[in-house]
Design a protein around this ligand. Structure first.
Ligand code: SF4
Length: 191
């Protein structure tokens, strides 16, 4: 069984795939408790794998992209089985993870790792995308985890003006590798 916070059809508001229609499956619970966390990942429903796949179909029968997010998706034992079930149902699975829990993933799964206090090196090495949260500073200590990524995203925490300025100035000072990632869904008031 899976502990679910919410399932909804929206657009991906941040990162490489910004603007892409996607069904989001927010898994409940997280193994970290970051000071700045503003995500409601509390448990709303306990669902079987089949029920989650059906709920994704209800949200959108045709959308190719399904984002598993949290909380921390890999904090749940059945998250890998959910990845497989969604792939079998014809979805392209994207995962947003804090990277602390190692999980073997099929090659066609897009993995975004957003490091917080610690990261499992295997997850960092598997990441297709690295999203560093800028909260008064760029957390440069995480950069050595992602030598294979030519682009690193800098995401200002809470879209706050000071964090936007720090992230933007850093990207402008290192334009060959860094890119600003804004939470665009918050601008237009969608989840
Ligand atoms: S890892 Fe993400 S979801 Fe978990 S507490 Fe930190 S910011 Fe919130």
């Amino acid at each position: 069984m899976l502990q679910i916070a919410e399932i909804f059809y929206t657009i991906q508001g941040e990162g490489t795939w910004t603007g892409t229609p996607a069904v989001f499956v927010r898994l409940a619970g997280c193994n970290l408790s970051c000071d700045f966390c503003d995500t409601d990942y509390s448990l709303k429903r306990v669902m079987s794998l089949a029920d989650v796949v059906a709920a994704v179909r209800d949200a959108s029968p045709t959308c190719p992209m399904v984002v598993l997010t949290g909380g921390e998706p890999f904090a749940q034992a059945e998250s890998l089985a959910l990845v497989d079930a969604l792939r079998r149902d014809g979805r392209r699975v994207h995962i947003e993870s804090n990277g602390t829990i190692a999980a073997p993933l099929p090659a066609d799964v897009w993995l975004c790792v957003s490091p917080k206090e610690r990261v499992d090196a295997r997850m960092a090495a598997r990441a297709n995308e690295a999203k560093l949260i800028v909260d008064d500073r760029v957390p440069e200590e995480h950069l050595s985890l992602f030598p294979h990524l030519s682009t690193v995203l800098l995401q200002p925490e809470g879209n706050k003006a000071r964090n936007v300025r720090i992230a933007m100035e850093y990207a402008q000072a290192h334009p060959e590798r860094f890119r600003l990632s804004l939470q665009t869904h918050k601008f237009i008031g969608i989840p």
